[in-house]
Design a protein around this ligand. Structure first.
Ligand code: SF4
Length: 361
């Protein structure tokens, strides 16, 4: 067990995995510089030092109707609410065209648990997008929890639902809806949003079904350190079980405005220290991304704390309604990365169906 920084350094340098107790020690006792150094050791196993990659992406919020009622959510409207919506395909195409016109090719669909939208809504939408844009764009179709909801609503098994989505042109699902993967947290704030076991079972089906997927985490609610570490431990264990099937890990921060839970935002330093801890702990996930969407300029400091990749977001109603302010000046965001000593490069996008969509160069 780690009792001092030298032991921690030697352990991480030799490639040995840190335990939950070690992570606790690092969180409580390591300085910012020390966390940065350890995170860079793990980062260097996978990535060229002083470089980073980025992608321009837009979240497309196709519906805000949701029956999950998470208390930290500022975005959802219950069915029949006057300002609830389901977007028309033409509206979605306009959103796609707009980002394509400024050089973006990646879209993330994010909505809610809308009881009116069964699987045929999604297959129609995604196959229409493939028919219109072919392989010139890529998209994250659903989050893990949306996928699980749609499967249940449509009275289909998750593997069968995945098969149908694949036939409609889907290649990517994201690990969204994870927030904190500890059942104690989920019971307090989002009891209708599935258990940790259900989340990972669905991730497993996604990987076994031949789709790409990611992992996510959100911090800054009222979660305990134990709950944060439980999330990381379950995720690392799962990544071992699926032989590295999770493509990347992204952590962002809770925005406490316009929702039932409220609270105050955590500070930038806490986010950065947590990011470093994630990089050190999740030694089996290649890509750790920083969240420009919720941390703006501070996210680029995340490259010093072990991140190797970031998205430049164009729009996301979910976080914007909760208080996020999006920086659309791409050059400005890139200059922040350079200020931290990292040369950013646009992620090469290989879009042929043979390689399953987006790949890092
Ligand atoms: S966070 Fe997602 S699942 Fe929860 S209420 Fe909001 S839209 Fe629904």
């Amino acid at each position: 067990m780690i009792l001092d920084y030298q032991t921690a350094y030697e352990k991480v340098k030799s490639g040995e995995r840190i335990s939950v107790k070690d992570a606790e020690w690092l969180w409580n006792c390591a300085s910012d510089d020390q966390l940065q150094s350890l995170a860079q050791l793990v980062r260097d196993r996978y990535h060229k030092p002083k470089t980073a990659t980025y992608l321009l992406m837009r979240i497309v919020n196709y519906t805000n109707v949701c029956v999950a009622k998470c208390d930290y959510c500022s975005f959802y409207r219950l069915p029949n609410a006057p300002d609830g919506y389901v977007r028309e395909k033409s509206w979605i195409f306009e959103k796609i065209d707009e980002l394509v016109s400024v050089g973006g090719v990646l879209f993330g669909f994010n909505g809610g648990f809308n009881p009116k939208l069964k699987l045929d809504y999604y297959t129609d939408l995604f196959s229409s997008i493939r028919a219109r844009y072919g392989d010139t764009i890529e998209f994250y179709a659903l989050t893990i929890v949306e996928l699980l909801y749609v499967a249940k609503l449509s009275k289909m098994s998750v593997p069968d639902t995945i098969k149908v989505l694949k036939e409609a042109g889907v290649r990517w699902i994201t690990g969204g809806g994870a927030e904190i993967l500890a059942d104690s947290f989920r019971k307090r704030h989002s009891p209708l949003k599935y258990t940790v076991d259900e989340y990972f079972d669905t991730q497993r089906h996604v990987i076994e079904g031949g789709l790409n997927t990611t992992a996510t985490m959100v911090i800054g609610f009222d979660e305990t350190m134990e709950e944060r570490l439980s999330h990381l431990e379950r995720l690392r264990q799962f990544q071992d079980e699926v032989n590295g099937g999770i493509f990347s890990f992204l952590c962002w921060t809770y925005k406490p405005y316009n929702n039932e839970l409220g609270g105050t935002e955590i500070g930038a330093n806490e986010y950065l220290r947590h990011l470093a801890l994630c990089r050190i702990f999740l030694d089996n996930i290649v890509h750790v991304r920083a969240s420009v969407l919720t941390q703006n300029q501070n996210a680029l400091k995340g490259l010093v704390y072990g991140a190797n990749d970031f998205d430049i977001p164009w729009e996301d109603e979910v976080t914007q309604m909760a208080g996020a302010v999006i920086e659309q000046d791409v050059e400005k965001v890139l200059s922040y990365a350079r200020q931290e000593g990292f040369e950013p490069s646009y992620r090469h996008v290989a879009l042929s169906p043979q390689n399953g969509g987006l790949q890092l160069a």
